[in-house]
Design a protein around this ligand. Sequence first.
Ligand code: SF4
Length: 272
Amino acid sequence: MILTNEHGAPEAFVRAIQNDPYTKDGADFSVTELIKPPQVRRLWNEHETEISVDVSDEMFKLLGKGVHNVLEQHGPDGSTTEQRFHADHNGVSVSGAVDLIEADGSITDYKVTSTFSVLRGLKVDWERQLNLYGWLLRQNGITATKLTIVALCRDWTKSKVGNKNYPSSMVVVMAVPLWREGRQDDYLDQRIRAHTQEATLPCTVEERWARGAYQVNGKGRPRSFDTMGEATTFINMQKSGNFKIVPGNAKYVRCEGWCEVSPWCPQWNGGK
Ligand code: SF4
């Protein structure tokens, strides 16, 4: 990866980004890799030496690492922090580092994120990540009893407290549904297949962080939604009327500004 510094960040920031200690410790996949779109991972592996990333685009990651580094030193009594676990599934090795495991089997993952993200509710990827940790721990003889996301809202503003649904604190604790074991097993198996099958799967609308991917036509003006789930929820809440979901005029936020492999992506460049 080529690291640029177009906005002249001080040397200490550049070095912090360069010395990223991220490792999957020899495993074929990390849990976070498994959740990623297979196309992103494959293009990344194919073009790793050509990919260019600016220091300024890595600042949110640096902020997240700083928070993790502090919190891992202050786990409750009897807990383990930032411990990496390994397991195999049909000859494929998987690893994952869990932020906090308490003595009663409660698992916590810390996220440094925007208040907007938190206001949108629990992300499906967070639920998937924590349940894959549940799978990983089970392979290591530990039963997960409770899953929690603790979100630190990096742009939280005190003056907005009192606005509709605005969090009353910068730290928001979110309960995560704990899947039954069979569902965790199936999801793990499905993700390994998605990443190891010969043909590369195109990214889904959700993986591309589409805005306005679905349009609901019917009573009143057309309404735009980001996900099929949001569109169907809207329809289900209406008292009467005939509605139809059609493709919207989507804006692909990830492809446009947050995907390092977009210059080599046939789906994105073909679509343009
Ligand atoms: S540019 Fe978009 S479609 Fe292509 S790999 Fe990235 S997220 Fe997926």
